[in-house]
Design a protein around this ligand. Structure first.
Ligand code: RIB
Ligand code: CA
Length: 315
């Protein structure tokens, strides 16, 4: 079967970086048309540099990388250096990557790529604030008929917020953009905190990754050894939630996850609950069931998949 064409829209971020590695390890299954970057965990100048660094480390320097929105479409930007470090990818030594930054704006790339693609053919995989995706939809709504589905990391239901009591970071960072994307009408699978908090990068799991002994595994182990400290201190759990790789793992092995069709609506008015994702899991309203909300995962199977794929970089 031909590999599935995807566009990964990200804000590296250690977990975005691992999602990129997982996607780049699987060219027979995933055809990465491009990596678009957005301001999020750290400013755009760093997220685009970090994405290009990951392409270098993975030996995939031909993948086109684009810079997109440097701020949300309405609100002021928020960042998360307190989690990811000032580089955004603390845990690896930063270098100037060979992978070039494309001249074209990420939104132009998304629009042009989708308009020239077959109907319902391209999967969008956003793992940061949804500013690029929403801007592309607003700029050219016709792109939607070329979108097969959107697999997004964002939102929270039972877990509560991680950046505010009510909201997960990606949605809170640009709630108006999230509202546009979640109501766009195309199939959407959502990896929210309820599922990502089930895949914790424990010391044993990080040690198994490091033991793979290749440059990508070493970089992954280094980043996760830094990335976990905030969540470990905050939640008292061992290890950090591997948020963004859940999107790619779902594309590679959806059987690892359990989802339910339900309504997801985004709060865009109240400052108290701004960015909250109201997930109607028990269907208590007649709101349209616009997303497939992921609520369970085989965590050991997830890490088996991750190890199996990262091991490919050593062959
Ligand atoms: O809330 C977790 C999400 O916010 C992840 O995508 C992380 O990389 C940050 O972007
Ligand atoms: Ca991210």
């Amino acid at each position: 079967m031909a590999p599935r064409p995807i566009i990964i829209d990200c804000d590296p971020g250690q977990d975005d970086a691992v999602a990129l590695f997982l996607a780049m390890s699987s060219p027979d299954e995933l055809d990465i048309l491009g990596i678009t970057t957005v301001a999020g965990n750290v400013p755009l100048a760093l997220t685009q540099r970090n994405a290009r660094m990951m392409c270098d480390i993975a030996g995939r320097t031909a993948i086109p990388v684009f810079a997109g929105c440097e701020r949300p479409i309405v609100r002021e930007a928020i960042t998360a250096e307190y989690i990811h470090g000032n580089t955004g990818i603390d845990g690896v030594d930063v270098f100037e990557p060979e992978t070039p930054l494309q001249e074209k704006h990420a939104v132009e790339f998304i629009v042009e790529t989708l308009l020239t693609a077959d109907e319902h053919s391209v999967t969008l995989v956003p793992t940061g604030p949804l500013s690029n995706i929403a801007t592309a939809i607003e700029k050219e709504p016709a792109i939607l008929q070329h979108v097969r589905e959107i697999v997004v990391m964002g939102g929270a239901m039972r877990e509560g917020g991680n950046r505010s009591p009510s909201a997960e970071f990606n949605v809170l960072a640009d709630p108006q953009a999230a509202d546009i994307v979640f109501s766009c009408g195309r199939p959407i699978t959502v990896m929210g905190l309820d599922v990502t908090h089930q895949v914790l990068s424990t010391r044993e799991r990080v040690a198994r990754i490091r033991a793979l002994g290749n440059a990508v595994a070493e970089a992954t182990a280094g980043m996760l050894s830094f990335f976990h400290r905030y969540d470990t201190g905050k939640y008292g759990s061992e290890g950090a939630p591997l948020h963004d790789p859940c999107t790619i793992a779902w594309l590679l092995d959806p059987g690892l996850f359990q989802t339910r069709a339900c309504n997801l609506s985004v709060e865009t008015e109240s400052e108290l609950t701004m960015g909250h994702t109201a997930v109607d899991f028990w269907h208590v309203t007649d709101r349209p069931r616009n997303v497939h909300w992921t609520y369970a995962v085989d965590a050991n199977g997830f890490y088996e998949l991750l190890n199996d794929r990262l091991a490919r970089f050593g062959r």
